[in-house]
Design a binder for this molecule. Structure first.
Ligand code: PLP
Ligand code: COI
Length: 360
């Protein structure tokens, strides 16, 4: 169960140094993958077994594998950062490990022990460390995921599960970098409902967001904002990131809801703000409060936050019959200063008072 010895098979047709350098010079987000992947099996009777690092490549699945039919799947996302001395670090991987366990409980998947999760990241970075880029604001995005692979069409938790980790060099998630994004307010679609899977990092939540995200794109917006599914009044989160508003007096306000993903970036940035003496309110926030707050000058900044997005200022909200803010707004001052503090910690440019960084 707890055997952490990974068998390593090197990729004989790994990408050349020159090709890798070209990819790392302009990584974008999620487009290219490293030479290896982690693969661990789980079965009802054998527990976690056969931990491996092997060449990156296609996975053979039985067509009846239950993930393909019923979507029993979870994932995580975190980054490996290169520090100035060349060492490679991750940010709060213990929090990702625990969130993956929480997602597993919700999706009736087995819980991967925290030390196993962290070891799987170490193993991958040990063979693919050259893929961690060095340019400012770049990193290696790590994507652990787990899915039901048992071939069985009855609807019940699978008895056979696979856990993988893949990695992808990453620059800015949004093509515009850190310039303010526009957000489309989804009124037709909800992302998650009461008692549903919104707090789990599971593929279905993202599948449910795609038509709304497409609607956002049609309206020239980079992300979609979802409201609560019961009253359609309270802010939830964006398709792939959390949301924070900043009031004129420096108070930060962020939605509290059982149907959003508890973001590690959001938790961290709110801690940093509290360390500076800002008040943080974790509570229900209505779209009307935002609209009126911007109109009367009470709400002065808003930002999106997540591993992929880091901290990205929000310039404008666009809804069917109103807009908030403007697309050419300047990035907020507090937004940008918190962004700098967070990334300085992540890239080892300033002390890490909360012990968030773990060397891989
Ligand atoms: N909300 C959603 C739907 C996400 O996909 C993400 C990204 O992982 C987040 C919030 C932010 O979470 P984190 O900061 O842990 O990356
Ligand atoms: C992440 O930030 O890690 C996510 O999973 C969000 C997605 C938009 C890439």
């Amino acid at each position: 169960q707890k055997d952490l010895t990974f068998a390593v098979t090197r990729n004989e047709s790994a990408v050349s140094d020159a090709d890798r350098a070209a990819i790392l010079a302009n990584p974008g987000f999620g487009k290219t993958f490293t030479d290896h992947m982690v693969d661990v099996c789980w079965s009802e009777h054998g527990g976690w077994h056969r931990p491996r690092v092997q060449p990156y490549g296609p996975i053979a699945l039985d067509p009846a594998a239950s993930v393909l039919h019923y979507g029993q799947e979870i994932f995580e996302g975190l980054k490996a950062y290169r520090h100035a001395d060349g060492s490679i670090w991750s940010f709060r991987p213990d929090a990702n490990a625990r969130r993956m366990q929480a997602s597993a409980r919700r999706m009736a998947l087995p819980e991967l022990p925290e030390e196993y999760f962290i070891e799987s990241l170490r193993q991958l970075v040990a063979v693919d460390g050259d893929w961690v880029p060095t340019a400012p604001e770049t990193s290696l995005y790590l994507r652990p995921f787990m899915f039901a692979k048992e071939a069985f069409l009855g609807v019940r938790p699978a008895h056979k599960v696979a856990y993988y980790v893949i990695a992808s060099p990453a620059g800015a998630y949004f093509p515009g970098g850190v310039s303010p994004v526009s957000i489309w307010l989804s009124t037709e679609y909800s992302r998650a409902g009461k008692g549903g899977t919104g707090a789990a990092k599971t593929g279905g939540n993202y599948a449910a967001s795609l038509v709304a995200q497409a609607e956002a794109a049609e309206h020239g917006c980079q992300q979609v904002l979802f409201l609560d599914s019961v009253e359609g009044r309270y802010l939830e989160e964006l398709g792939g990131m959390n949301i924070v508003l900043v009031k004129r007096d420096g108070t930060l306000v962020t939605p509290q809801s059982a149907s959003i993903l508890p973001g590690i970036t959001r938790d961290s940035v709110l801690h940093l703000a509290e360390d500076r003496g800002h008040t943080v309110e974790r509570r229900q926030v209505s779209i009307d409060e935002w609209r009126e707050g911007v109109a009367n000058g009470d709400i002065v900044e808003a930002f999106a936050c997540g591993t992929a997005a880091v901290i990205t200022p929000i310039g404008m909200i666009s809804a069917r019959d109103f807009t908030i803010g403007s697309a050419d707004a300047e990035p907020g001052e507090l937004t940008m200063s918190l962004r700098e503090e967070l990334t300085d910690i992540q890239y080892g440019r300033r002390p890490d008072p909360h012990d968030w960084m773990l060397r891989l």
